[in-house]
Design a protein around this ligand. Sequence first.
Ligand code: UP5
Length: 187
Amino acid sequence: NFSNEASVVFVLGGPASGKGTQCPKIVEHFGFTHLCVGELLEEETKSGSENGKMIRNFKLEGKIVPSEVTVGILQQAMQQSENKKFIIDGFPRNEENLATFEKTVKVEPEFVLFFDCPEEELKRRLLNRNQGRADDNPVTIEKRLKVFKESTLPVINYYSSKGKINAQRSVEQVFEDIRNVFSKLNP
Ligand code: UP5
């Protein structure tokens, strides 16, 4: 039974807090499969489906895509994976995301890895990234930061602070903290 076998860690933090930078290191050292939900949604926009068009608009507005759509895509990716250990990056972004995941996938997360980073640093990184992301423009950036504070932080606060990391330091220092957290997990 999938729900009994799967092990899940949610990776959360503001936009540009370093989730996508650190997740490949967790994969390399601790054998998890990285599911970046923002990227899974991006792949759907390339399919040309009706959902794809809707997702593109939500992303441009910095809004959270409806939970049934996101959880459907996420569940499919989990079921298609040979591995049963997942780091789920950028999800759940609000209470409804979390409730839909619990109801549908029926897996309790081991813990939440939270990249704690001041807003000024997030803005600086977002404006410097320059990788051609449609949502990295000043207007959408403000919206993404607002949605993070209003909808995602309450979900993060709902969990214990076991996996809270100071994400304002160097990439190497941040990974040292992450390594400490994951080393304490049961194999
Ligand atoms: N950088 C990284 N670490 C650094 C460090 N320690 N010191 C200095 N610089 C550092 O990093 C961002 C930038 O900072 C890079 O230039 C990096 O070099 C530098 P990155 O690792 O890319 O940060 P990350 O947290 O992954 O940033 P990202 O912008 O991808 O986070 P978001 O949460 O905004 O993006 P996501 O793809 O998750 O979501 C995008 C949109 O999809 C959302 O706005 C929403 O519309 C939609 N979405 C949903 O609706 N539902 C979901 O469940 C998920 C997404």
